[in-house]
Every structure is written in C-alpha cells, then in structure tokens.
Design a protein around this ligand. Structure first.
Ligand code: FDA
Length: 391
C-alpha cells in the first residue's frame, strides 16, 4: 500500500491551494481527482478569464449559517496575498468592475501557476482517480481506482453540486455523512431565476433585453445588470439575489436603477409633450421594455395628456416591479452550491473537523458561499491555505 502524509481529494481551486501549502511544509502530498483535467471550473470561470478575487472582500459578502466562520481564513490569507501570487508569476490582470479582478489573457494562466507551484512543492497529482472507500484507522485508508493509499491527513476539496457536467458530484457530503457530520441543506446559488407560464407570456418577448437594475428582497439589494431570458431572468443582479431568494418569495426589480422616471417624464412633458408615451419612456428603458410596461398600465394619449398621477403609475411600474419567480435553473447552470458541511463541525482557523483528528473540509463543500465577483475563489484560496498550514 502506498503511503503519503496527506491526501487531498479534489484538484480544484481549494485542493490545489492546500496541496501547495502542505507540500511546502515538507509533507508528502497526493492530490486526487476523478476528472481527466484539474481545475476545470477555473478554466471556464469568468467567461474564460477567471475572476480570481475581489479587491473588496468582506466577510458579510459570504452566506453561511455562521456568518463569522469565514472571517479567520479570509483575514489570514487575503485577496492581496493571492494578488501577490498572481503578480509574482507575471500574469497580467485588470479590474473589470466592482473590485472584480480578471486575467487579461486566460484563466489557464491561473491553472498553470497553481500546477507549477504544486509541482515545485513536490505534490503528486493523480487524475482519472476515484475514491471508492474511505476508512479511518490511525490515519485514513483510501481505496481508489488506482490502488490503496494510507495517509495521516485527509482533506476533502470536492466542491459542491453545481454543474455536474464539469465533474461535480456532491461526494464530499457523502463523506461528511459517513463521519456523522452535520450538513446544512444544499441549494443552487448564483443561478438564473425562472417564471411560471403566466409571467413568461409577458416577459418571453423581452428575451435578450438587458437593463441596469436594482433587484431586492426585504433583506438585501444588488445594483447590477439584469437580462430577460426565455425562462425568466438572469444577469449579475439576478444571480446575486438568487442566493438570498427562497421559494415562495417575491423580488422587487427597479428596471432603471439610477434614473427617475417620474421626474424625467414630467420634465419631458413640459418641453415636448406631444411625443408618444412609448417614445418618451424609451429614453429611460429599452424600447421593447417600454412597450411592455405601457401594456401593463391603463394609460391613453400622448405624454402631454398624462397627469402627475399617471406618470407616478409609470414610475412605480418601472422602478418597483414586483415579481415572483417559481424556481431557478438549478445545479445545471448554478455557479455555486449554498449550504454544505456545517461549519459548527469545523475549526475556523484550520478547517479541521473538531471531533476527527486530521480530517479537513475546504472550499465550496463547506457551508460558506460568496457573492458573485471573485468571492468564491477567494474562499477556496483562503480555506485551502488555512488547511495547508496544518494538514
Ligand atoms: P471545485 O469544484 O473547483 O473543485 C472540485 C474538484 O473536485 C473538481 O476538480 C472535481 O472534478 C473534483 N471532484 C468532485 N467529486 C470528486 C470525487 N468524487 N472524486 C474525485 N474528485 C472529485 N467563482 C469566482 O470566484 N469567480 C469566477 O469567475 C467564477 N466563475 C464561475 C463560473 C462557472 C461557470 C462556475 C460553475 C463557477 C464559477 N465560480 C467562480 C465558482 C467557483 O468555480 C467555485 O466556487 C470554486 O471552483 C470552488 O472551488 P473548490 O475547489 O471548492 O471546488
């Protein structure tokens, strides 16, 4: 039987980071992945340019049953530590918007950087390798498709359930169950929302239309782009709210965030009131959406014919559209999985399972989920780094 100090299952963002750190401490590390290539999600992330972190990482931008849990790892290995790593490999990058850092050229630069560091740290990478059984003795014994392995420390970095086509399995939750660890119910996050047939009749013709929106629940709101789709709504503002939205709840959408429809139309009325309402409204929202909005309000005549109350009606329809999604597009397209291994079972400083020595969970498999914008990779780097200091 082969022996290593550490086995990390999952050669994604968190697993690679942990392997590098652990290997640098002189530990013999084997990194297993059932896929034929490592870090497939990094490769496709950020439209192929990987939004690898955010300049404005804050613990309150992560969802978890324990909102304090992520603080330790995020403060010990910060966005600036990862930016230094990227810079030291001469990888060109830029800030796109809202602090989001992307590679100038390709996400493959990040993968190459991590693989190079892992190689230098002596990490043994085994792809196309599945773990069939894990048993606990003094350390852990793993029965894999490539033979049995005995290790002192076992790190689970297999991610969540999002995008099964990319190798997501939920296997980490199975291991958590095997060791009797509590799990927080999982659900898709950062995912487009869908409408019932009735709403779809109204919104389907708008598929492809995008606006700058503010989307909110009573809890929280996001000012970002929104896109009408054939199934409902997407775009960054919708992906963000999807992590907070629960089935049965409604959302409020401001379809022209930053504008004031009432004031704009009132001023236009005093200057060129003979213009049609559609034309006037199309100065504020895309014309297809303007027509749709007008179909919803019982107004007749041109702009000059409208009272202040009518303009207010239009204003409310544009800025306070209340809709009730019926669901989401699910794990098929979700960028992340909310929930996972309950942080109550883990030590926030090391990511170790409190009651089982030398067992660790890192990255997305843990009940910590970030906002859209580089937050989830930062969690993978920080939690992987934290475990790598002790595993
Ligand atoms: P990750 O999923 O990266 O890695 C898990 C690894 O485990 C995979 O290599 C998988 O093959 C392997 N595995 C799974 N089950 C296994 C098993 N049973 N046996 C062996 N191996 C197994 N985030 C961000 O911050 N910026 C961004 O730009 C994006 N963009 C983005 C785009 C898309 C399309 C998606 C789906 C997701 C993103 N994300 C993102 C989210 C980000 O990709 C995600 O949060 C991290 O990849 C999580 O890192 P982990 O290492 O925890 O899991």
């Amino acid at each position: 039987m082969e022996k290593f100090d550490v086995c990390i299952v999952g050669a994604g963002a968190a697993g690679l980071m942990c392997a590098i750190e652990s290997g640098r401490r002189g530990r013999s590390v084997v990194l297993l992945d059932h896929s034929k290539a490592p870090a497939e999600k990094i490769r496709i992330s950020g439209g192929g340019r990987c939004n690898f972190t955010n300049l404005d990482i804050r613990p309150e931008r992560f969802l978890s049953n324990n909102p304090h849990f992520a603080k330790s790892a995020l403060s010990r290995y910060t966005q600036y530590d990862f930016i230094d790593k990227v810079a030291s490999h001469n990888i060109p990058y830029h800030e796109k918007t809202l602090g989001q850092l992307f590679c100038d050229v390709s996400a493959k630069d990040i993968i190459a950087m991590l693989l190079e560091e892992a190689r230098e740290a002596g990490v043994v990478l085994r792809l196309n390798t599945s773990v069939e059984e894990v048993s606990k003795d003094e350390g852990f014994t793993l029965k894999t498709t490539g033979g049995a392995i005995a290790v002192e420390s076992l790190v689970i970095a297999t991610g969540g359930k999002s995008i099964p086509k990319m190798g997501a399995t939920g296997w980490g939750y199975q291991i958590a169950r095997q060791f009797d660890l509590p799990l927080v119910e999982t659900r898709p996050g950062l995912v487009p929302l869908t409408f019932a047939e009735q709403e779809l009749q109204q919104t389907k013709p708008l598929a492809g239309v995008s606006v700058q929106a503010r989307v909110s629940t009573p809890q929280i709101g996001f000012d970002e782009g929104l896109l009408f789709t054939h199934r409902g709504l997407s775009g960054p503002s919708i992906l963000q709210i999807s992590s907070y939205w629960r089935e049965g709840e409604g959302i409020f959408v401001d379809l022209a965030a930053g504008s004031n429809t009432f004031e704009t139309l009132r001023s236009a009325r005093s200057q060129k009131g003979r213009v049609s309402l559609g034309k006037a409204l199309a100065q504020i929202v895309p014309s297809r959406l303007a027509e749709q909005v007008l179909g919803d309000v019982p107004l007749k005549g041109n702009l000059a014919d409208q009272s202040d109350a009518s303009l207010q009606l239009l204003h409310d329809r544009v800025h306070r559209w209340a809709v009730k999604p019926v669901g989401s597009e699910g794990y098929r397209t979700a960028e992340v999985t909310l929930g996972g291994v309950d942080t109550a079972a883990l030590d926030a400083k090391t990511m170790a399972v409190r009651k089982i020595p030398n067992l660790f969970f890192i990255g997305e498999v843990v009940d910590v989920t970030g906002w859209l914008g580089g937050y989830n990779f930062q969690w993978a780097w920080s939690s992987g780094w934290a475990a790598g200091q002790v595993a």
